[in-house]
Design a protein around this ligand. Structure first.
Ligand SMILES: [Zn+2]
Length: 318
């Protein structure tokens, strides 16, 4: 009898523990609504941001940013590889276009044929510098002469930077790819090209230009995969690295390239040497960062993680 009582007590204890555990699990699932969060919460033209989502029954597919009913861009979600209080966390790395007007905007998170969440946010104001560049005859030729090869190269580049893979080689904390202190053209500069025949055209500078004599080493700003390493008509000898889903760094006008497509590189790995190949007025490095195909201020990536996992986890666990 004594033995039976002891067994009975153990049984009761087990039942009580199991009930507690199941109540806690059910309680947590009931009390936590699905969550969408933005990092940072206010967008700045030409800067990246991260949309984090967790707790929806269906995985999110893409997020789209709207301003005055007009779509400013979309980003695709990937699994962060971390689980929070609501389960798997999905992120999309996006960028506000440098041309986005300040004011209220709307972000839509879409699943398979359904809107999962929608919220209001603000785009800050930002001024960009302007510059006028005198174009010589040879340079005008590179820029304006119709050439099927140039079209093919442009299509190939857009196909690469428009792709959102799954490779997460870094958290987006970049270093300078060249040892230079002279920035000859800033990100987002509104440019006017003046041609010898008196005509002109406009363009927006998609990256930053660092003065660098021919032969200056150019290195990878972060770990990544070499997805393009070849000569192009407009950008000269060009390297493109993939760092995170939809995040690429681009290096233009190099004198020579020492990496091959398919290579994996570490932060600081030599990619080649600076030069003046393609559409360039002198030896320099044009360094560009693309996020979900949008050109983005590379300075925003220097010394800080764009995909701050600790901050994302903390917020998604609230
Ligand atoms: Zn440039």
């Amino acid at each position: 009898m004594k033995h039976f009582t002891r067994l009975w007590r153990v049984f009761l204890l087990l039942v009580s523990l199991t009930t507690q555990i199941s109540c806690q699990t059910t309680g947590a699932a009931l009390s936590l609504e699905p969550k969408t969060a933005l990092f940072p919460e206010t967008l700045r033209p030409g800067e990246p941001y991260v949309v984090a989502v967790s707790g929806y029954q269906k995985a999110p597919l893409k997020a789209s940013l709207f301003r005055d009913g007009q779509k400013l861009g979309s980003g695709r979600f990937f699994e962060l590889g971390e689980s929070g209080a609501r389960g798997k966390i999905y992120c999309a790395i996006m960028a506000a276009p440098s041309t986005a007007a300040e004011g209220p905007a709307r972000l839509l998170v879409e699943g398979d044929a359904a809107v999962l969440s929608e919220f209001e946010l603000t785009i800050e104001s930002r001024n960009f510098p302007s510059e006028t560049i005198a174009i010589t005859g040879g340079m005008q030729d590179i820029l304006t002469r119709p050439d099927p090869q140039k079209t093919r190269e442009a299509e190939q580049l857009w196909a690469i930077i428009g792709r959102t893979g799954t490779g997460l080689y870094t958290d987006g904390n970049f270093i300078m790819p060249v040892n230079s202190t002279v920035q000859t053209s800033r990100f987002g500069t509104r440019r006017i090209y003046k041609y010898p025949d008196g005509r002109s055209s406009t363009s927006i500078h998609a990256g930053v230009d660092w003065r660098a004599p021919t032969g200056t080493p150019i290195s990878a700003c972060a770990p990544g995969k070499v997805v393009l390493a070849r000569a192009r008509i407009v950008s000269g000898n060009t390297v493109i690295l993939e760092h995170m889903p939809g995040v690429y760094s681009l290096y233009y006008h190099m004198d020579r390239i020492v990496v091959t497509e398919g290579d994996f590189v570490e932060t600081g790995s030599r990619l080649g040497d600076a030069g003046a190949t393609g559409f360039a007025t002198g030896a320099h490095l044009h360094w560009e960062v693309r996020v979900a195909a949008e050109n983005t201020d590379p300075a925003r990536f220097l010394g800080r993680a764009v995909l701050d996992k600790a901050a994302i986890l903390a917020t998604m666990n609230e």
